[in-house]
Ligand binder design. Structure first.
Ligand SMILES: [Zn+2]
Length: 143
């Protein structure tokens, strides 16, 4: 867990279909929605399985390892809740088939390349909720 000065990050939006995801993150787990009927994995969380329409969902912990599919630094318009313009990335989880929109932290654009291995970490929001972010694997501070 990254302990840093008071975060300015905005809180995730709370909905009955996504609260379980943020509860998992608060426990330090990156979990993905798995259909309790057909076993299909989906992200972001949604009310029913798009494959079989079942409403039975099973939060399934992931390894937290993945690779960068693509990345960019967002600087305009100035993002709210960040001291520095954040790096936004698409990360493919090693479990396959799941791509997250996330932030890469403690890295510069020059250090990043597509397919670079990354590991999940969690950063706090202004009110203390946890957000999954990723760090370069093998870099100091990464798991
Ligand atoms: Zn299903």
């Amino acid at each position: 867990m990254n302990q840093q000065r008071q975060s300015k990050r905005l809180d995730p939006m709370s909905t009955r279909n996504t609260d379980w995801f943020w509860d998992e993150a608060a426990e330090g787990r990156l979990s993905i929605q798995k259909c309790g009927n057909c076993g299909a994995m989906h992200h972001p969380p949604r009310p029913i399985c798009p494959e079989c329409h079942s409403a039975e969902r099973v939060p399934t912990p992931m390894s937290g390892r993945g690779t960068i599919y693509s990345f960019m630094r967002v600087s305009y318009p100035p993002p709210i809740g960040f001291d520095e313009p954040p790096i936004v990335a698409l990360v493919d989880l090693e479990e396959g088939g799941i791509r997250l929109i996330t932030n890469i932290v403690d890295a510069t654009l020059e250090e990043l390349v597509n397919d670079a291995p990354v590991v999940v970490d969690f950063e706090k929001t202004a009110s203390g909720k946890s957000l999954p972010v990723f760090r370069l694997a093998g870099k100091a501070g990464a798991a």
